[in-house]
Design a binder for this molecule. Structure first.
Ligand SMILES: Cc1cc2nc3c(=O)[nH]c(=O)nc-3n(C[C@H](O)[C@H](O)[C@H](O)COP(=O)(O)OP(=O)(O)OC[C@H]3O[C@@H](n4cnc5c(N)ncnc54)[C@H](O)[C@@H]3O)c2cc1C
Ligand code: HEM
Length: 879
């Protein structure tokens, strides 16, 4: 077959020489199919479903070299022969009676017909599905951003074949006698491929009117980029329907049928549909959602992505940010459906409050009917100032000539189709040794094979583009409907009273601060919060922060601490413990008298450990290090340390400290942390090191503001101060084989831990100190649960300790999202009974398990599993 002159340039030479059969396919029916080795395979080895990394696609230019065009195969590639292949074209008897001629067309007959060249972007309906799969698993596999490619297709117009060869009884003459009019709108063009699949051949349909519309450019393609179609592209003939999803462009075409009603192929119904978010596969099967034509996905929706910087790219942030000079050229692609033009692409560095115009690199000349079938590439010259955005995110979105744009939020659907929410890239900051800032770019999801995950991890919903706007209520109005009202406003009285409560308060006794001060024991623990007196005693044992944290505040005005620590829900719970109100002096005066305890001076604390249970002590950040994109290591030393450094820190193994700092608006924030390292050398024995996971703003739709304290700690630099109080906690590991839980000493042979995320820190310190002690014979067992392997903190250290002490430390990791690029020997999913049975010591009088992690993990996974394997409630406890 002759090759023809192309309208657009294609640099096939860049890639073509590599395209030979791939040894990975040797044992599959596709052993004979040439394939580019760098295509990222998304469904294992077979069938072949693959995309090129988006960066490679973009580098290749406007026309995608055929060898790196994305491929969607449902099964083995049919091995078809040009000379013997026949395309059958048939119609219902009714149409045959009207004059339709059924034909059987050879390839030579087909290419002898007048042909046209159509340049079109093909896109899999599941492009960007990986983001959906990380939101919640869909039934489809994880395309990243590379399921899109542009090529020059040559073929015969479908319309010409139907009209000229098959005599489709339709005339475009408008003067036609209406009685004689052919009911085009009732007809569909069914397309059937030669692939032999479990549910029959792949098949689907398009409205016949679309195929007959000259402007639609629907063709029977037999060439791509000037050469016969390669096997993965549909050799020897396929359908191309520009502007529609790839799923309607049947490859290895063997039959066309003109029929009333839609295709009867299984694949037409159970593929390429966007069902509503609440519909699961089970519900769709049970309630017949697959058959409802309203949910078909046909014409492409508008979409765009940032490709440069790519996932894991880094750059040093230029120091001079003021000059407004371009520091980095952002690049990406955008496309839309229905032949519409992409009119603009915009970039935002402030979560969609403002959008800047990108430059479009439009190479496509519209069709003679004014249609645009191709993607555009775009670029934006970002300044250092923009890249240094405090929001640490940048987004892009495209618009088309109908003013369609991309939604801010991802709309999850069970097939994971049509994801076109605005595309966000996270910008992480790392301070380098020379003091400069390195930016590291993190895409929402990674290309399969990348070493880190993207900023979306399993079951993380993507962020809203614009953080929820707080609409203040009109003065005097209590109608909050329609406004997004944040709970836990710092200015609010946390235990706000309604009228009934006020009446109750008035009926309650008054106490002086002196009286309150006498209730500072486990038997009677009172606190004052905003002029009201609470008796916390009944709640001590159930208190999620442990009894010790209440004791530390008991007998005093704890307004600042209580408000700095608790969630709005916890603050609401205070009401149940209200016993009275403060007598006499107005609150401000009383706060002055008591205040939150001032930072203790060195004189007050001579010969005592640095940590004080009831006094805040200033500690300086002496070093700060980024461990992963969201964990930092902070080392602290006392601010007023004495020259000899004789005073110990005073933190027993297993216990934690409270850290207090200030939010940017000046309000206090307090959180508990378990140091992982206490320096052993005497000159540093007053120092400690903490591993902190940073919860950033706008990473999680449920927490648009991110974590308070972790962000404060992330923003502090070396030389800054925080206040520290402690020790806190009721579990200690004072010496070999001895555990202290509350007031009880427990002798142990085996000590298990089940930890989630940064809950590893208390376990780590106990294990490390136990293994370092030559007299200690305790065997340690650890189940450590995380979202992904990238989230496993201290993994190298744990593996090293386990390797050095194989008889004394057993470590088992489980992750919700197993790695694609590593043979994963750990568990998958949440902690369960089998994992616990296999990786914890058996229940016994000298065995104990410590738990530390998110409350749902402890409540629904750890405790029920331990109970099932025979653990009594006195044999496990939470840190
Ligand atoms: C005994 C004990 C020891 C601890 N030790 C450590 C330790 O060594 N290291 C450590 O890092 N933490 C530790 N923690 C947890 C720590 O106390 C804080 O709860 C944590 O740092 C979050 O505080 P925050 O103020 O940043 O978040 P908050 O403002 O309190 O936010 C509350 C919660 O919202 C969720 N959240 C907020 N933003 C996001 C987001 N972007 N994505 C997902 N979820 C989000 C998180 O679940 C977060 O905990 C320990 C906790 C306890 C009880
Ligand atoms: C009756 C009074 C109290 C109630 C009802 C209460 C309730 C709670 C609740 C529900 C939590 C879980 C976390 C949250 O939802 O915020 C919690 C955690 C905590 N509370 Fe209290 N609490 C009380 C008193 C106190 C006091 C007086 C202190 C000390 C100032 C304190 C310190 C803590 C600490 C340190 C935590 C752990 C926070 C964390 O894990 O990040 N609580 N409390």
């Amino acid at each position: 077959m002759k090759t023809r002159k192309l309208k657009y340039e294609v640099d096939e030479s860049l890639y073509a020489e590599d395209v030979v059969p791939d040894p990975r396919d040797a044992k599959t029916p596709d052993a004979w199919v040439p394939r580019h080795p760098e295509m990222v395979r998304l469904t294992g080895i077979h069938p072949f479903n693959a995309e090129a990394p988006a960066q490679k696609l973009m580098e290749a230019g406007f026309i995608t070299p055929t060898s790196i065009h994305y491929t969607r195969n449902h099964g083995p590639v049919p091995k078809l022969d040009w000379d013997s292949h026949k395309l059958e074209i048939v119609a219902d008897e009714e149409d045959v009676a009207r004059g339709f001629t059924n034909v059987s067309l050879s390839m030579d007959e087909l290419i002898a017909l007048p042909s046209v060249s159509v340049t079109a972007t093909l896109t899999c309906a599941g492009n960007r599905r990986k983001e959906e799969n990380l939101t919640d698993k869909t039934v489809g596999f994880s395309w990243n951003t590379g399921a899109v490619s542009t090529a020059q297709w040559r073929g015969v117009r479908m319309r010409d074949v139907l009209l000229k060869l098959c005599n489709l009884p339709w005339r475009s003459d408008e003067d036609e006698d209406e009685d004689d009019e052919y009911p085009l709108e009732e007809r569909y063009l069914w397309m059937v491929g030669a692939d032999d699949l479990p549910k029959g051949n792949y098949g689907t349909c398009i409205p016949l009117g679309l195929a007959m519309n000259l402007a639609s450019d629907v063709i029977l393609a037999f060439e791509v980029n000037g050469k016969p179609l390669p096997p993965d592209r549909g050799y020897p003939v396929r359908v191309v329907v520009p502007g529609w999803i790839g799923g309607r462009m049947v490859k290895w075409l063997k039959r066309l049928e003109v029929r009333k009603g839609e295709s009867d192929s299984y694949y037409h119904y159970f593929d390429n549909r966007i069902l509503p978010p609440g519909i699961t596969k089970e519900l769709a099967d049970k309630e017949g959602w697959w058959m409802r034509k309203e949910y078909l996905f046909n014409e492409l929706n508008i979409n765009s992505a940032i490709v440069t910087p790519f996932h894991e790219d880094t750059m040093v942030l230029p120091k001079t940010q003021s000059e407004n000079k371009p520091a980095l050229t952002l690049k990406g692609y955008a496309y839309t459906g229905s032949g519409k033009r992409v009119t603009r692409v915009e970039v935002s560095f402030d979560y969609g409050h403002t959008w800047k115009l990108a430059e479009l690199h439009v190479q496509e000349r519209p069709s003679r009917y004014g249609m645009y079938w191709c993607w555009v590439h775009w670029s934006y010259e970002a300044t250092a100032e923009e890249l240094a955005t405090p929001h640490r995110m940048m987004h892009c979105r495209a618009w088309d000539q109908s003013s369609n744009t991309q939604p801010n939020r991802l709309t999850w659907n069970v097939m994971g189709m049509g994801n076109n929410c605005i595309f966000g890239v996270r910008i992480d900051h790392r301070v380098r040794d020379d003091g400069s800032t390195e930016l590291c770019f993190v895409h929402p999801t990674q290309e399969a094979g990348m070493s880190t995950v993207g900023w979306m991890t399993a079951n993380h919903r993507p962020p809203a583009a614009v953080p929820p706007v707080r609409i203040p209520d009109a003065p005097g109005s209590d109608d909050t409907e329609g406004s997004s009202v944040s709970m836990g406003d710092d200015d609010e009285d946390p235990a706000q009273m309604d009228e009934e409560d006020l009446a109750l308060l008035k009926s309650l006794p008054e106490f002086t601060l002196d009286e309150v001060a006498r209730h500072d024991t486990e038997e009677s623990a009172w606190i004052v919060v905003r002029d009201k007196v609470y008796d916390c005693t009944p709640f001590m044992e159930d208190h999620p922060g442990g009894p010790a944290s209440i004791l530390m505040a008991a007998g005093a005005d704890a307004t600042e601490d209580v408000e700095a620590i608790h969630s709005p829900k916890a603050l609401g719970m205070l009401r149940d413990y209200l016993i009275g109100r403060l007598a006499s002096a107005p609150l401000a005066k009383q706060l002055e008298q008591v205040s939150s305890e001032p930072a203790a001076t060195p004189q007050q604390m001579q010969n005592q450990p640095w940590l004080q249970p009831k006094a805040w002590v200033d500690f300086e950040i002496v070093s700060k290090e980024d461990i992963t994109s969201n964990t930092i290591l902070l080392r602290f030393a006392p601010r007023h340390r004495d020259e000899k450094r004789e005073r110990p820190l005073g933190l027993p193994v297993g216990m934690h400290v409270m850290i207090k700092s200030k939010m940017p608006d000046g309000s206090p924030v307090i959180r508990p942390y378990t140091p992982i390292v206490l320096a052993a050398r005497s000159e540093e024995r007053d120092e400690f090191t903490m591993l902190v996971k940073v919860y950033r703003a706008n990473e999680h739709p449920k927490f648009p503001e991110g974590g308070k304290m972790s962000q404060v700690l992330d923003s502090l630099s070396e030389g800054s101060f925080v206040q520290v109080k402690g020790p806190c906690g009721h579990i200690q590991y004072p010496c070999a084989g001895q555990l202290r839980v509350g007031s009880k000493n427990i002798e142990i042979d085996n000590l298990g831990f089940m930890c989630g995320g940064t809950g590893i820190t208390p376990a780590f310190r106990v294990i490390e100190s136990g293994l370092a002690n030559p007299d200690d014979k305790t065997v340690f067992w650890l189940i450590y649960a995380n979202n992904s392997t990238a989230d496993i903190a201290l993994r190298a250290e744990l593996d090293e300790m386990a390797a050095a002490h194989p008889d004394r430390l057993h470590v088992f990791y489980t992750v919700s999202n197993p790695p694609e690029d590593e043979v994963w020997k750990g568990g998958i999913g949440f902690i369960n009974e089998d994992m616990v049975r296999a990786n914890m010591p058996p229940a016994g009088a000298r065995n104990f398990v410590g738990l530390c992690g998110p409350p749902p993990m402890i409540k629904f996974a750890c405790i029920p599993s331990l109970e099932k394997i025979g653990y009594g409630t006195d044999r496990f406890d939470c840190f």
